[in-house]
Design a protein around this ligand. Structure first.
Ligand SMILES: Cc1cc2nc3c(=O)[nH]c(=O)nc-3n(C[C@H](O)[C@H](O)[C@H](O)COP(=O)(O)OP(=O)(O)OC[C@H]3O[C@@H](n4cnc5c(N)ncnc54)[C@H](O)[C@@H]3O)c2cc1C
Length: 399
């Protein structure tokens, strides 16, 4: 890198933006993060972090911070909605560490964001800064915010989520696609569900037109649940819309008693609608690029949206380190390196919505028989996903 490090503005301090800021800061760049919210916080409940993402975060020196409240579930267990019969079951930990050098972990989102934040100087996070627009001037990028602040940097990274202003300015306005699915989610104190034996593993319950996932978070003090059901229309996509417990119970009316016990044990239940977008053909124009949900929002049915955002940050830092003399070329290389992998995961996540929500009948029976033969959720079966090193840049494939 030249004597004066590149100055980089990251727009958005979600899991993607903040972890990219850590990667870029560690690579020696002069990084500032601009977040519209008045505080650093993640709404929503729990999140799964596959070993591909945990390995990246550990490489930033965050292992101890992650271990503070992160949970290492022993297994993943797919069950049938009505009678609880096992469809698939596979070990997660310590198997992931043995195979991929990092555990599979579950977190409360707030705990994960706090752990990542320990890797970045707080004085370079600018809260209450909502990006309003930017202009690529060839050798610099100017950007301005709703609060009147203006900046000029070498590179601007839009990590500003599914409604990204940066993406809109680069590629035009386009509404995200509603998945026809809403989630009821909640957090339950573990002592209220102590008799269910749910503190040590991830469980997914699959039924006609829906599925429900639960796993421990926050040092096993809480059980996180997210139950998906299909809906025709939706006109909001806010994490924090409240639903009544009664409404969530009605959505899972005939399901296994364990499901209904967990939902009934929550104090509050939120409802959230699911959106994604088709893969974009490109993410970068000149000295401006995108990462995370800003460029590849995906259904959470591979548990990889945030994990891929974390990988993006590692790849972006590696590309700028290797080719910082020509930032536009480095950003182009970054998107070329990342696009095939995240597009594949976007497609797999969509396919899982259909596989997870099959009505009872011949197709569902064929799916169950296939899963009885081969466990596709096992870490052993996901080598291509979990062993990938996003910072080990391979040469771009010949055109
Ligand atoms: C129910 C559910 C479960 C999921 N489970 C998993 C899982 O288990 N594992 C997994 O890996 N992924 C999961 N995901 C996906 C994951 O949550 C997202 O992919 C991830 O949070 C995206 O992070 P991000 O930083 O790209 O975007 P966001 O989290 O949306 O962050 C964007 C940030 O930018 C800020 N911002 C927006 N506009 C501006 C602006 N103009 N100026 C300044 N700041 C701005 C926002 O305030 C926000 O802080 C799940 C998603 C859902 C909905």
């Amino acid at each position: 890198m030249s004597a004066a490090p590149l100055s980089i503005a990251v727009i958005g301090a979600g899991i993607g933006g903040l972890s990219a800021a850590v990667a870029l800061h560690r690579a020696g760049f002069a990084v500032d993060v601009y977040e519209q919210a008045p505080e650093l916080t993640e709404v929503g409940g729990g999140i799964n972090m596959g070993p591909n993402a945990i390995r990246v975060l550990r490489s930033y020196g965050l292992a101890a911070a992650l271990d503070r409240d992160g949970v290492r579930p022993q297994s993943t267990h797919q069950r049938r909605w009505q009678d609880g019969r096992t469809l698939q079951q596979a070990p997660l930990n310590p198997r992931c560490e043995e195979l991929y050098g990092a555990p599979h972990m579950t977190f409360h989102r707030r705990d994960l964001l706090a752990a990542i934040a320990t890797g970045f100087p707080a004085e370079h996070i600018h809260l209450n800064h909502r990006l309003a627009g930017f202009a690529d001037q060839g050798d610099r990028v100017a950007a301005w915010f709703d609060n009147g602040a203006r900046i000029s940097v070498d590179v601007l990274v839009g990590a500003d989520g599914i409604h990204s202003i940066v993406r809109t300015q680069l590629f035009g306005e386009a509404a995200p696609d509603f998945a026809g699915c809403v989630a009821y989610r909640g957090l339950v104190p573990m002592d209220r569900v102590a008799g269910l034996g749910v503190a040590d593993g991830n469980q997914s319950w699959l039924g006609p037109g829906g599925h429900l996932v639960h796993y421990p978070v926050s040092g096993k003090r809480l059980l996180n649940f997210v139950g998906w059901t299909e809906h025709d229309t939706w006109n909001r996509e806010d994490w924090t819309d409240r639903a009544t417990i009664e409404r969530a119970l009605a959505a899972f009316a005939d399901w296994h008693p364990q499901i209904r016990h967990i939902i009934a044990a929550a104090d509050t239940c939120f409802i959230w609608a699911l959106f994604d977008r088709d893969p974009l053909p490109r993410w970068s124009v000149g000295r401006v690029t995108l990462l995370g949900d800003a460029c590849h929002p995906m259904y959470p049915f591979m548990g990889q949206g945030a994990a891929q955002a974390i990988e993006d940050g590692a790849a972006l830092a590696a590309c700028l380190l290797a080719g910082g003399d020509d930032p536009a070329a480095a950003l182009h290389r970054y998107e070329q390196w990342r696009l095939p992998r995240v597009s594949r995961l976007q497609a797999m996540s969509r396919a899982n919505k259909i596989r997870f929500h099959m009505p009872d009948g011949p197709q569902q029976q064929a799916r169950d028989a296939e899963w009885a033969r081969a466990t596709d959720r096992s870490p052993d079966a996901l080598r291509w996903l979990y062993e990938h090193d996003p910072a080990a840049l391979a040469e771009p494939a010949a055109a």
